[in-house]
Design a protein around this ligand. Sequence first.
Ligand code: ADP
Ligand code: MG
Length: 393
Amino acid sequence: MAARTPGVCELLAEARCLYGEVFGGGAPQVAACAPGRVNLIGEHTDYNQGLVLPMALPLVTVVVGSQNPGMDVTVVTARKDADKPHRVDFSLPSNGASLPPGSPQWANYVKGVIQHYRGRPLQGFKAVIASSVPLGGGLSSSASLEVAFYTFLQQLIPDDGDQVSKAVACQQAEHTHAGVPCGIMDQFVSVLGQEGHALLIDCRSLEATPVPLADPNLVILITNSNVKHSLAGSEYPLRRRQCEEAASILQRDSLRDATMDQLREAKGRMDEVIYKRARHVIEEIQRTVQAVDALRKGAYKEFGKLMVESHNSLRDLYQVSCRELDQLVSAVLEVDGVFGSRMTGGGFGGCTVTLLQAHAVDRAILHIQEHYSGTATFYITTPSEGARALALS
Ligand code: ADP
Ligand code: MG
C-alpha cells in the first residue's frame, strides 16, 4: 500500500533529537521547512521559458539549528541514504571570498545556498536536516533541501525578503555547486506552493498563478519506479542544447516564442531529432495552457487526456521515458476511475503522477503492483504549502 511518510511535526522531532545528540544536548533556536514537488504537466518546458504546472507536496525537508559565535559551520543530515559522511564541518570565507563545492556531494546544495544567500553578513551556525522526500526520486529533494536551508538562514540573518529572488538564488546554488543546470520550476514551487492549489508558473516572466485543486473526490497518486538510469545525467544537458539549437534555427530567443507552423516551415533546415525535441516543447506548452483551463472547469477527464498525451510525447518525441515508467503508466490507465497518468520530472526513472477518483486508489495500487516488473513505492498526495519558518515551542 501507500508509503507512510512522516509529517512535519515528526520530522521536526527527529531533527531536534539528532541536534541534541550531535551538539551535546542543546536545543536549536530556529527551524524551517520546504516541500518537494510533483509536476502535473509542462515537462522539460521550464528551461525553454515555457509554462509548468507543479504542486508542492506534503513530503518536506526540515532544517533546525542555531548560530555559532565565529565563522564555523557544522551541518548534519539525518538521511542515512545520503552520501557519506553525514556530517560536514567548514568555515565561512571572509572578505566576500567564495565557498567552493567539495565532498560530500549533498553538502554542496547547502554550500551553494550559503554562497547565493541574499542576506549578509553571515555568521557561523550549526544545523540538522531531516527529510521525507525520496532522494533522487524525481520529487525534487534537492530543491526542497535548498529552499529549506535558505528559509532556515532567513531566520538567522534576514535577507531582502523577495520570494522570486529566493527561488532564483536556490536555483543558482544547484547550478554552481551541485553542477545541475536545472530550470526554475522546482525551487519556485517549493518557495511559493499553496495548500489546495497547483501553481502555474510562467518561466519567462516568473509569474506564478495558483490554480485551485482541492476536490475531496480526487487523488493525486505518485508512483516511484525506484529506478534511475545513469543516462539521466548526460541526457538532460543534451536536451537543453538541442532546444537551444532548435530555437536558434528558428531565430527565436527560446522555444517559448516559436509556433508549430514556424517549426513545420523550418523542418527541412533541421535534423529530425532536433525537430522532435522542439515539437515536444512547443506542444507541451500548449497542453499546459489547456490543462489549466480544464482544471479550472473541473474537467478532469480532459486534464487526464492531456497528461497521457504529455507522457506519449515525452516517450516518443523527447525520448526521456524508460520501460519502467511506460509500464507504470500503461498499467494504471487500465483501472476504472483513472483520469490520466504520466511520467514526471526529468525522466529515465523516477516517478509517475496519476490523477484519479479517490475511490479507485486502492485498486490502482494493486493493479500496478501486479503489472510492474519492479517494486514501486506509492504516495497519496494533496497540494500542500510552500516553504515556511517553523515554531519551536
Ligand atoms: P531529486 O531532486 O529528484 O530528489 P537530485 O539528484 O536532484 O534528485 O537530488 C538528490 C540529491 O540531493 C541527493 O543525492 C543528495 O545529495 C541531496 N539531498 C536532498 N535531500 C537531502 C537530505 N535530506 N540530506 C542530504 N542530502 C540531500
Ligand atoms: Mg533535483
